[in-house]
Structure formats: C-alpha cells, structure tokens
Ligand binder design. Structure first.
Ligand code: FES
Length: 362
C-alpha cells in the first residue's frame, strides 16, 4: 500500500509534463471480476489537466519489446491530483492482460497525452445521452464525474450495457450520483442475468424500444457513445432508423480512440432511402413485387397479396419471422430474433428493409 509522503498545495506545483515526467502507479483497484483501475501520480505531485473523455498512451516494455497502447481516462480533471485508466483483461488482449498481471504500486511508466476530441466540452448542449458498451464506460464515467463535481444540474441519461450484471462497472457510484442529482438518470441493460443473481435492470441488447422507455426525449439529446464496434453499430442503426441528426452523435472506440476530427472513421452505415428501388420475390407463393427500399418485407408481402402472420410490427414478438434465401436486407429489430436464427438466414419481416433484389421463402 502506498502512503502519503508529502503534500503540496495545487498552486505550488506544475501540471504534468508527459515528455519529462514518468507516471507512478499508486493504486490498483479491482472493479469487477476482470476489470481493474490503475491510478497514477507523478513523483513531485504534479496535477493533471485534460478534458473529461480524453485518453493517454502508455509506453510499456513487455518481454523486451516497446509497445504503445491508448487508454481512455476514467478519472475526471475535476480531481486533478491523479489520473486513472480502467482496463479489462481481455483473453486475447496482450497488453491488458500484462497490465493486470504485472502493474503494481510503485511501478513507473512512460505515458503521453492526454489527447483526443471525445468530450462533451467540445459539444455543449442542454441534454446528453451517454451510451456505454462494456469497458467503453471509461470516458463517459470521466464526463459524468466531471459534471457531478462541477455542481451544475446537468441533464444526462447514462445507459450502461453489458453482457451480465457482474460485468457492470461503477454501479454504486453512478447510482449515488443519480440519487443526489435528479437530473442524472442511470439505466443498466444486460444481455442476460447472472446464473444465481437477481436482476432488476433491462434485459437484452439495447434497442429502440428500450431507448424510448429510458430516454423518451433521446431525439433532443447530444449523444456520446463508447464501446466495441458492434455495439456502436447497433446504436447507429437505431439512431439512423429513427432519423436522428447524426451531427449530434459522437462515438469513441475504446480500442482506437481518435485524436483529431480528421481521424474519425467514415462509417458505411446503411441509410434507408425511399428513392432506392428494390425487388422482393416470395418464392413459395411465386409472386414478385417492386418496392421502395423504405418499405419493409412485411409491407412488400401485403402488396403482393401475401399474408405473413404478424403482431407487434415492431421487431419484438418474432411472429413475422421468415427465411431469406438470397439478397440483403437491413434489419433493426427490438430483440424479437436471436443470433442463431439470423445466422441461419431468418429475418423479421416487419423491421427489415430490402436492399436490391431479395428472395424470401414464403
Ligand atoms: S410482428 Fe412482431 S416481430 Fe414482427
């Protein structure tokens, strides 16, 4: 355990100079079964200045090789005496596993930064929606901590999504902030409950229906999203389908945070365009219809005089499941179909838009 060796007033010290000062690990906290937070100081009590949501790059020597890895800061610059990174020990994450197994109090490490443009400071708004997938919560936690410390009544809805409740991070801190700041609302979404644990949050993957329930005014919010790419893709699909103004959507991949606007990757997202024409062939019925891409397979079937059983018409109940035998559709469902069925070629007719020529076994 590290002990306090000296105390210097903040105005008597200088900010961290990453070119000339090493970071010293002063605390390692176990946040969940596979996530640890590493807290760093400098040896002469420098303070840290950055925007909440930024990242640092660690330079590590592992097995005689120099490796660099970026980690978003989970700490907030409103608490400038230390910085922290929160790291998940991925099975195939060479550096993250090394950190978990080797980084300890007293270790010194070279680091660069902080850097990055993913911060609500760059997109001020009256209302925010934070969407965190897994350990992608770190920059969003930094922002939430900053908002809480700053003492304003920030209207933020914070949605944390994980596979199971035992993967959730900072839950008590988030709930405590939310309890003391009515403008901050927190929702937890897990794909499934733990085997022997009660679960009272939302179950499944984030979808439009959940979003509507948790943040009915999400269309008015500035959105910040961080997580693995499939998670962010699912969020973008929901927002694109809802017609959200994507200039107000900001994302960060926790594996490759970006430093400048020019580094933001171009997404090849499907944006449904009603001027695009498609053709849907219903093989068993022997009928083919030409439709706009903005119509669903269910609507195309109706136009062809074919009845596909349906109920919710919102991608929830699974009643309209049909098999696609060729072509592509863009499906944004609300949990009514599982990965195995999608893998086997099934789609939900009510929330799938045809892209080009599509054949349906019906
Ligand atoms: S009608 Fe319910 S999922 Fe399509």
């Amino acid at each position: 355990m590290s002990v306090i060796k000296s105390i210097t007033a903040l105005n008597k010290t200088k900010p961290w100079d990453s070119h000339n000062q090493l970071l010293e690990c002063v605390m390692v906290r176990q946040d969940s079964h596979n996530v640890k937070t590493f807290v760093f100081h400098t040896s002469d009590n420098s303070w840290f200045v950055y925007l909440p949501g930024q990242f640092i790059t660690l330079e590590l020597n592992i097995d005689g090789k120099t490796v660099h890895r970026t980690y978003t800061l989970s700490s907030s610059p409103s608490r400038p005496l230390c910085i922290s990174i929160t790291v998940k020990a991925n099975q195939d994450g060479y550096v993250s596993k090394w950190l978990h197994e080797n980084m300890k109090e007293g270790d010194k490490v070279k680091a660069y930064g902080p850097a990055g443009i993913f911060s609500f400071h760059n997109h001020l708004s009256d209302k925010y929606l934070f969407l965190a997938g897994g350990v992608g919560i770190t920059p969003l936690m930094s922002m939430a901590r900053w908002m809480f410390d700053y003492g304003t009544e920030s209207d933020v809805v914070f949605i944390q999504c994980n596979q199971t409740p035992s993967d959730n991070l900072f839950t008590r801190e988030l709930e405590s902030m939310s309890a003391r700041t009515p403008e901050m609302k927190v929702a937890l979404v897990c794909e499934r409950a733990d085997e022997y644990g009660a679960w009272t949050g939302y179950t499944g993957r984030i979808n439009q229906l959940m979003l509507e329930l948790i943040a009915p005014d999400y269309m008015e919010r500035e959105i910040f999203c961080c997580g693995p790419e499939p998670y962010m893709q699912a969020v973008r699909d929901i927002l694109n389908t809802a017609g959200f103004d994507m200039d107000r959507y900001h994302e960060e991949s926790f594996t490759s945070p970006v430093e400048t606007e020019a580094d933001i990757p171009d997404h090849d997202d499907v944006i449904i365009d009603e001027t695009n024409k498609s053709q849907v062939a219903f093989i068993n019925s022997g009928k083919t219809v030409k439709v706009s891409e903005s119509e669903t397979i269910l609507a195309a079937a109706k136009e062809a005089g074919i009845h596909i059983p349906n109920a919710c018409q919102f991608g929830v109940c699974g009643t309209c499941k049909v098999k696609k035998t060729s072509g592509d559709v863009h499906m944004v469902h609300n949990g009514g179909i599982n990965d195995e069925d999608v893998e086997a070629g099934y789609i939900l007719a009510c929330c799938s838009n045809p892209l080009g020529e599509v054949e349906i076994e019906y």
